[in-house]
Design a protein around this ligand. Structure first.
Ligand code: GLU
Length: 402
């Protein structure tokens, strides 16, 4: 249970959080940290952790990515209470299998006058963008420009009905209210204010009959009774739109917490796969082969890291316990975790510290456990059948030397 102190009425509500990855490639360690913090928060508060696969953008779908995500989180010890794999009463938990649900919500917003139909083609929008760029400006589809574009706000009802009857492709856009200041509360960042005139009228429903991320995400969070949305900082700019969508539907919004970015070791910018390649450390939990390009990426699992060490290291990138303690088991993390102790500023990835965590965890393992891993490694990598007592002895000797 989590005490929602700042709600209109202070209520005790069941904590339900979700990790909602898009299967567009391997899960970056930043994504694993988001899953981890959701998990720790859920378990700390006696709540539920849900896995929802957000695959509405079919053009970015990568075969094998979902499996990779599921296996990686399992290796990390992050368990779900509800998903398509373990079941649950709010399923299906994959958006492509919920496709039939979304149109009615887009229609509801149209009927309420909170959304409108836009016929502008990709070519037309591209032209406006280029024209704006030539004048050193940026084109956005917003409360000003929408008054001059090809949409149901500027066209007569007859024209709109005719185009739709002819099967002309269209999108549904959210109508951002003009001249409003949106004041929001983020559990990590505190008060966040945005002027609506700076926002664009995002597409909610696409011409291919699929909802966009924004619509599907809000509808599903509502239907799945999500109480807290804990996600990466890159989604902070979407928060005003999401808050306004809840308002337009007349639904109670969940509480939001946007986690700090994971930064490159030198602190200059977001940690990327290229940093890993350049500095020789993995940025993914497991080894990955891209099915299209054949490109490979290193993983912590295959690089000899213990999941306990990997998780311990990630937990402390953006959160601190407020004590000197550095080594934590998953249970200890659950006990100690709170969103209040998450930082607003980016957390620098530290390669040496990551190795240190692995060393600490290795030293905490019994000779038998390390010996078993060593025996399996000898077999898999060198084709050697070593007796267990030999492998255990070697493990003990090596640990003594470390
Ligand atoms: N599907 C989004 C992602 O890939 C989820 C963002 C959110 O948690 O709202 O990160």
């Amino acid at each position: 249970m989590y005490f929602c102190g700042h709600n209109k009425q202070s209520i005790m509500k069941e904590v339900r959080v979700r990790f909602a990855p898009s299967p567009t490639g391997p899960l970056h360690i930043g994504g694993v940290r988001t899953a981890l913090y959701n998990y720790l928060f859920a378990k700390k508060n006696g709540g539920k952790m849900i896995l929802r696969i957000e695959d509405t953008d079919q053009t970015r779908f990568v075969p094998g990515a979902e499996q990779y995500i599921v296996e990686s989180l399992d290796w990390c010890g992050i368990k779900f209470d509800e998903s398509d794999y373990v079941g649950g009463e709010f399923g299906p938990y994959k958006q492509s299998n919920r496709k039939h649900l979304y149109k009615q919500y887009s229609d509801e917003l149209l009927a309420k006058g909170c959304a409108y139909i836009a016929f502008d083609t990709a070519e037309e929008l591209d032209k406006y963008r280029k024209e704006a760029e030539a004048n050193k400006q940026t084109f956005i589809y917003n409360c000003q420009s929408r008054k001059h574009l090809r949409n149901s706000l500027t066209m007569s009802k007859e024209e709109v009905d005719k185009l739709m009857a002819d099967g002309t492709p269209y999108t549904v856009r959210f109508m951002i209210p003009e001249d409003r200041e949106i004041v929001m509360h983020d559990l990590i960042r505190g008060e966040v204010k945005v002027q609506t005139n700076t926002l664009d009228d995002k597409v909610l429903f696409k011409s291919d009959g699929m909802p966009t991320y924004h619509l599907a995400n809000i509808v599903d969070d509502h239907l799945m009774q999500i109480s807290h949305v804990i996600r990466g900082e890159e989604w902070l700019p979407s928060m005003p739109l999401h808050v306004m969508l809840y308002e337009a539907f007349g639904w109670e919004a969940p509480q939001f917490a946007h986690l700090p970015l994971l930064l490159k070791p030198d602190g200059n910018g977001k940690l990327s796969k290229r940093d890993g390649d350049r500095l020789g450390f993995p940025v993914f939990p497991m080894y990955w082969v891209d099915p299209k390009t054949g490109d490979t990426a290193m993983g912590y699992k295959q690089s000899g890291y213990y999941p306990e060490a990997f998780i311990n290291m990630l937990a402390l990138l953006g959160w601190n316990p407020g004590t000197e303690q550095e080594i934590f088991t998953m249970d200890e993390l659950i006990q100690a975790f709170s969103l209040e102790r998450c930082s607003k500023s980016g957390a620098k990835f530290n390669v040496e510290k990551t190795k240190w965590f692995n060393h600490e965890w290795l030293m905490r393992k019994s000779n038998e456990e390390v010996g078993k891993d060593y025996q399996a490694w000898l077999k898999a990598e060198k084709g050697i059948d070593a007796p267990l007592d030999f492998a255990v002895k070697v493990a003990g000797l090596v640990k003594d030397l470390l």
